[in-house]
Design a protein around this ligand. Structure first.
Ligand code: MN
Length: 335
């Protein structure tokens, strides 16, 4: 099942209702029960209201994720306003609204499974919350945003994650161009990768290349983290950016030139990188500018990686293409 992420511009009161209705639709498609959907509706209203209150305009993202029988819905409220001066006050119950039911960000924190906020006076505020399916135990330290270019409902980028205690796989793919044809190529790549977990990353590229010959082709990167040996093996073709961040250092992972489905490197290469505890894996498609970086955001690397994904999307989006960002904490003990 492909569940597309949605962006809703928040710029007046009527857009709050629009965002809430869209959130309820996604929540229903995911399979949340009625009580949970009601919580999600409240959270969405509050998050969007908060944007109007602090920044006059912004963007709400609805980002569903499904893995087997587990799923979650991430809601992001992004703005480029003056920042929230008194975060403590904003979190208080009763403080929020401009005449709406107004239960504040404190209410969202209580209703959702996880939530967090990053606000800076010069760059604005990102508020994030996650609603998880019943019984999903692990707090996956990953943030994902996968938003189609304006005017398309389907994203030509896609991703695949397989996270477990021994070995985790992170993959991102960008079908050439955008729209349905790009999505078809990206979805085919996801199908092949999901059947190839455990294979060498260079072999995965070759398999995807062969499967994509009937499509318009794609760029793709795949990184496999071995948590016990503390290494990442990586292979990529085309312009998905992939970096390992640790403290002040950032290391770019090497992708080869080519297009899967059309031009495969003569020898697909797999590279191995050591990782330190608390390393961050950052991947993004070329919907973002290639210099996208978390270096201008003090403390952000120590926060939930969803906040970083939301900020990279907000501040480095070229807005001329599908935009996909993945940020994951790796190299640390998994929650
Ligand atoms: Mn692209």
């Amino acid at each position: 099942m492909r569940l597309n992420h949605k962006s809703i511009a928040i710029d007046d009161k009527s857009t709050i209702g629009e965002a809430r209705r869209a959130a309820l639709q996604v929540a229903q498609a995911l399979g949340f029960d009625e009580a949970r959907r009601s919580d999600i509706g409240i959270a969405c209203t509050e998050a969007a209201t908060n944007v109007l209150l602090h920044a006059t305009r912004g963007e709400l993202l609805l980002c569903p994720f499904v893995a087997g029988e587990h799923f979650w819905l991430d809601i992001f409220a992004l703005d480029e306003g003056p920042g929230i001066r008194d975060i403590g006050r904003a979190m208080e119950d009763g403080f929020s609204s401009i005449g709406t039911p107004g239960q504040g960000l404190g209410a969202i924190a209580r209703l959702s499974d996880e939530s967090s906020l990053y606000s800076s006076p010069d760059k604005g505020t990102v508020y994030w919350c996650r609603f998880k399916s019943a019984g999903s135990s692990s707090a996956a330290a990953v943030g994902l945003v996968n938003v189609p270019i304006k005017g398309e409902s389907v994203c030509g980028d896609n991703y695949f994650l397989k996270i477990n205690a021994v070995q985790s796989l992170y993959m991102m793919v960008d079908g050439l161009g955008h729209g349905a044809g790009a999505a078809e190529a990206a979805d085919e790549a996801v199908a092949v990768v999901s059947q190839s977990v455990g294979e060498p990353t260079s072999e995965i590229l070759t398999r995807v290349h062969n499967a994509l010959k009937k499509t318009r082709g794609a760029a793709m990167s795949v990184a496999v983290v071995d948590h016990e040996r503390r290494i990442v093996t990586y292979a990529g073709v085309g312009n998905i950016s992939c970096n390992l961040l640790h403290g002040m250092t950032s290391r770019s992972l090497v992708s080869q030139n080519g297009t899967l489905g059309a031009v495969l490197p003569r020898v697909p290469q797999e590279y191995t990188y050591p990782i330190e505890p608390n390393t961050i894996l950052q991947m993004f498609s070329d919907g973002l500018v290639s210099k996208a970086s978390l270096s201008g955001y003090p403390g952000l690397q120590n926060r939930h990686p969803a906040l970083a994904a939301g900020i990279l999307y907000r501040d480095f989006n070229r807005r001329r293409d599908d935009a996909t960002v993945l940020v994951a904490k790796i190299g640390g003990p998994l929650a």
